[in-house]
Design a protein around this ligand. Structure first.
Ligand SMILES: *Cc1c(COP(=O)(O)O)cnc(C)c1O
Length: 396
């Protein structure tokens, strides 16, 4: 049996792994196997009947994947975890599990573009409705709930506006009505925010982002009560089939080891860059939850341990001028995704949120001169130097 650890920084490295069980291998082995051989026919029967523990087939479970699932569950302070082929397969498996025709999903005002697309798809094809709420007070959430609301789905910080939702407040209202609360925790990682500890029911991630952290994996994670996770595993994970490959799980285990030190640096750099952006006369407004002037700074302090590595800001200028600014950058890469070592910049209205119609984009607060910046791990001086020279070229 491997030891149970209490501290986050130790768990990311050791939780759930005992090298003695694996030929003293320091690093958890990669079980790159699609299936597992039974000792005899009776053992196969018992494993399928759930009477004997053990692996069957990698779509149902795999030792490398299981270590990742257990480690992430421990980091999120939940009972059980599930790993998926992408963040979107985690989102879709959870949403399809929690809804049926006639149900309604209450969402935060502003969602990842493809989550928005999925909600539209299940509305059109399967009659699962949804609506959005700013969720700024208990009354507002209560009013937005319907008798047929089967789950509340929240992103906080909201992508790409960096607005926050007070999770404890929403949980209080949801508990009165027995409605599960799902949180997409991608922007924070479990190091900065633990929605389950605040009373939420399911937390999910695009592990492609901070959890992987190195821009080399597409993957997803969900964590919650064991009873619910077991049901998702044998239904919308197993039968829709968005399973993670063992190699990608292995890469995530590798990335996870440095999550705390990476996040500290992301936060430190982002805080500096947010302050510097505010000094530019080409920048209209900066949105960063770690900024004392962020309108929801109090919520940030209550539910996040730091302000995070994501900033968004509006330029003084048109869409074309905003694009011209991006084209001037030298080190910073114009790319979607986030949470990588490299600083990445993108233009939400024409990139991540281009599939959202213009009216919904306006409602979400995504104008054409909004830019999203994923602050990387480079020296902050170099990140700022690049931004500054590009901002200065805008003046001509
Ligand atoms: C990237 C992202 C997703 C989707 O994850 P993939 O791994 O790209 O499928 C979902 N939610 C948020 C907030 C994201 O940033």
């Amino acid at each position: 049996m491997s030891k149970k650890f209490q501290r986050f920084e130790t768990k990311v490295i050791h939780q759930g792994y005992d090298s003695k069980q694996y030929s003293d291998s320091l690093t958890p082995p990669l079980f790159q196997s699609s299936t597992f051989a039974f000792a005899n026919a009776e053992q196969g029967e018992k494993r399928f009947a759930g009477e004997e523990a053990g692996f069957i087939y990698s779509r149902l479970g795999n030792p490398t994947v299981q270590l990742l699932e257990d480690r992430i569950a421990s980091l999120e302070e939940g009972e059980a975890g599930l790993a998926f082929a992408s963040g979107m397969s985690a989102v879709s498996a959870v949403l399809l599990f929690l809804t049926k025709t006639g149900d309604h999903v209450l969402c935060s005002q502003g969602l990842y573009g493809c989550t928005f697309g999925l909600l539209q798809l299940i509305k059109e094809k399967y009659g699962v409705d949804h609506s959005f709420s700013m969720m700024e007070s208990e009354e507002e959430v209560r009013k937005a709930l319907k008798p047929e609301t089967s789950c509340i789905y929240i992103e906080t910080p909201i992508n790409p506006t960096m607005r926050l939702v007070d999770l404890k407040m929403v949980v209080k209202v949801a508990k009165e009505q027995g409605i599960p609360v799902v949180v997409d925790n991608t922007f924070c990682s479990p190091y900065l925010q633990k929605p389950l500890a605040l009373g939420c029911d399911i937390v999910l991630h695009s592990a492609t982002k901070y959890i992987g952290g190195h821009g080399d994996v597409i993957a997803g994670i969900a964590v919650g009560k064991r009873e619910i996770m077991d049901q998702i595993r044998v239904s919308t994970l197993k039968d829709i089939g968005g399973v993670i490959s063992p190699f990608d799980a292995w890469l995530l285990l590798r990335g996870l080891k440095t999550l705390p030190i990476r996040m500290d640096r992301h936060c430190e750099n982002a805080s500096k860059i947010a302050n510097l952006l505010k000094t530019s006369d080409m920048v209209e407004e900066v949105f960063y939850p770690g900024d004392e002037n962020h309108p929801q700074y109090e919520i940030m302090k209550n539910q996040m341990s730091k302000g995070g590595g994501m900033i968004s800001f509006t330029m003084k200028g048109s869409k074309e001028e905003t694009q011209r600014f991006l084209n001037q950058l030298k080190m910073i890469k114009i790319a979607v995704s986030l949470g990588d070592a490299e600083t990445l910049i993108q233009h939400p209205s024409t990139m991540t949120h281009s599939a959202v119609d213009e009216q919904s984009r306006k409602a979400m607060g995504i104008p054409d001169h909004l830019i999203r910046l994923s602050v990387g791990l480079e020296a902050w001086e170099d990140i700022w130097e690049d931004l500054k020279q590009a901002l200065e070229k805008m003046k001509k």
